[in-house]
Design a protein around this ligand. Sequence first.
Ligand SMILES: Nc1nc2c(c(CN[C@H]3C=C[C@H](O)[C@@H]3O)cn2[C@@H]2O[C@H](COP(=O)(O)O)[C@@H](O)[C@H]2O)c(=O)[nH]1
Length: 373
Amino acid sequence: MSQCCLAAADISAFLSGNSLNAAASKSAKLRNVFSFFRSESDRVRVTREKIRSRRRRGGGFSGPHCAMEEVKTSSAWVASRSSHVFVDSSGLDKLVDKIHGSIPKVEWDFEGIHYFDNGPLTVQYLFVLDALNFCFWPDEDLNYDDLAVGLKVALQNDKSAFDADRLQSYTGTQLRKLLNWPRPLPLEDERVRLLHEVGSELKRSFAGKASNLVEACGKSAVSLVALITRHFPGFRDHSLYKGHQVFLYKRAQIFASDLWGAFKGQGYGEFYDIGSITIFADYIVPAVLRELGVLRYSSDLAGTIDANAEISSGSEEEVEIRACTIYAVEKMKDLIKAKFGKQVLSVELDLWLWSYGVQSPYLRHHRTLSIYY
Ligand SMILES: Nc1nc2c(c(CN[C@H]3C=C[C@H](O)[C@@H]3O)cn2[C@@H]2O[C@H](COP(=O)(O)O)[C@@H](O)[C@H]2O)c(=O)[nH]1
């Protein structure tokens, strides 16, 4: 920079676009300095634009670890500002003491309802299952088991039923028939759209196979969640709460957990970081935590839920229920570690709490129309 050793003051003045303009008309020397800085500023502007466009494309700064950490940190952010839902620390304390820090062991597929052949077709089955694993409550006869069994029977009858091309072409009537369901499914058009999305993106990026998606994550559940939410918009389970983005990623995370459970932590289910997965913010676990005195609701919110009235997706109430669920279970894990020196997994806590909830006939859960859970 021999021709332009301007003092710092001049450079900052330049960046403000004032003094160098006037000076440049006085002398050639300064004119050179000015032209040098103009080309520099163009270079800087181009670089900045490149960074901005990379950010817009979502490249570079949202690595896999960001995604999962964001679930925990954004849920904690909500919990620290919530006004409809509260985590009762004494309730949490009592629950941990009650179980002496030991979680009752619940087997994955304790109901015996899932397809399993220990191979890539099981991965395809679980990905299709978790693409549709949401919002059963509007049909009081429908529940998760009907979906799991329906897809299992469909695959046993036709091994090509979940090929990427087939997934892209299902209609609502065909999906209903596949599940042997006598009437339109809740959010049926969305379920069909999500099947199409899974089929087309698996074909475009993973040779049609969910097993390739899993193999691409290097045995990291966190990377798998990041890969899924990057490629499949239907899995991008997030909300805006008081102007902040809150990440929940329920169906992306439960897919990793279902692989881990189905394959017993081996093969397609082997993840060195399964401990990073949080609880799955569905509508059963929050209701169980409320029943166990861990979550407390405002009287208005309790009244709405107990009257079986709906809560809007993205409302403060809905986001606080889901985020406080994640926050409470993370706190529960810390408490079990501090009090009993035990390291428990969210996926194990989840299976215990969820299985407890689906077997409680009078459980009152919140009702939100959502494709996320
Ligand atoms: N937190 C959490 N939420 C879960 C599951 C499962 C199923 N997990 C399988 C894996 C191993 C087990 O053996 C299960 O068979 C479904 N759900 C959610 O519950 C709701 C369905 O309720 P209902 O309408 O009553 O069927 C709905 O939001 C659904 O997305 C879970 O494990 N954890």
